[in-house]
Design a protein around this ligand. Structure first.
Ligand SMILES: NC(=O)c1ccc[n+]([C@@H]2O[C@H](COP(=O)([O-])OP(=O)(O)OC[C@H]3O[C@@H](n4cnc5c(N)ncnc54)[C@H](OP(=O)(O)O)[C@@H]3O)[C@@H](O)[C@H]2O)c1
Length: 278
């Protein structure tokens, strides 16, 4: 039997990553002969460690914090999704040896929202919290779903304005500070800030939540994040965490590498069952 094809996720830190488990489940399900590791790569080592991985026969990488922007300079071709988002989470080694950067984060969020959770975005009022790399990556795919309007709120309003201007051609998008949201209501609120990482909730006026509001935190943790807990306490209809997005972006990367689309439902169910006990 030939040696398995090698894949990995690189980040710093990386020990917490669920990606090796997700890709092992995908490989077993689809009968693909591969191994997938988690490799801790410090920022100053990025370029040499990438060269080493691919020179050693590596076929593809996932890329996470803090390398999603820096890794672009190491690749010779960029997908349209990377050019729009300014960040990459997947590297594909082409048969020619060329490295192609792609970004599956936005597709993962949209698939989880619309397919797994059956949440409508078209003609709805959407609030996107945060203006960092994750917000940038999900903006275009969200705007493609044609919300009635999309407001980006960030502590640093200038960053939100820069994003809103950059994506203005794709739909009805504008920027706001948190305090200026008072008196407004939204159908869907997506938390793409890093606040949950610090066990904080973005400073949202509770009035933004109506009886039908759905909240989605890109972050995920045991039973709830601070944001999903806050949302349900203040009357949101539903509050979801980003585990589904993680599994869906992984499936999209797997498809780019292997040409096979795994069934995400059993994998998501297995992870969610474990998560409930953490
Ligand atoms: N589920 C998934 O598959 C998935 C994929 C990608 C990312 N994520 C998650 O998305 C989150 C954001 O990641 P990122 O890469 O975009 O980070 P980032 O580039 O560092 O951006 C951080 C953003 O969060 C804001 N922020 C930080 N602390 C805050 C607080 N206490 N209150 C309000 N806003 C705060 C920042 O606002 P300022 O500009 O004002 O500082 C900025 O907009 C992380 O939790 C990450 O785990 C999940």
């Amino acid at each position: 039997m030939p040696a398995p094809d090698r894949y990995a996720v690189i980040g710093h830190p990386i020990a917490h990553s669920r990606s090796p488990q997700i890709h092992a489940l995908f490989a077993r399900q689809t009968h693909q002969h591969l191994v997938y590791d988690a490799i801790d790569v410090a920022p100053q080592e990025l370029a040499p460690r990438l060269r080493e991985f691919f020179a050693g026969g590596g076929r593809g990488l996932n890329v996470t914090v803090p390398h999603k922007e820096a890794v672009i300079a190491c690749c010779s071709s960029l997908s349209a999704r990377v050019r729009t988002a300014g960040a990459a989470n997947t590297i594909v080694r082409e048969p020619t040896g060329e490295l192609r950067a792609d970004n599956t984060d936005g597709a993962g969020l949209v698939r989880d929202l619309t397919h797994n959770l059956r949440i409508a975005v078209a003609a709805r009022r959407v609030l996107l919290l945060g203006a960092g790399g994750a917000a940038r990556g999900v903006l275009a795919p969200l705007l493609e779903l044609k919300p009635r309007e999309l407001v980006i709120a960030n502590r640093n309003v200038e960053r939100a304005q820069t994003l809103a201007s950059a994506f203005a051609a794709l739909g009805a998008v504008r920027a706001s500070g948190f305090a200026q949201l008072d008196g407004m209501h939204f159908d869907l609120i997506v938390n793409a800030t890093a606040a949950s990482l610090q066990a904080e909730v973005p400073p949202l006026p509770p009035g933004v939540l109506g009886a039908g509001t759905v909240c989605y935190d890109l972050f995920y943790a045991g039973n709830a994040t601070r944001f999903t807990h806050w949302a349900l306490q203040h009357g949101a209809a539903q509050a979801h965490m980003g585990l589904g997005m993680l599994v869906e972006q992984a499936a999209e990367s797997f498809y780019l590498w292997r040409g096979v689309r795994p069934d995400t439902a059993p994998v998501l169910a297995a992870l969610a069952a474990q998560q409930a006990y953490q």
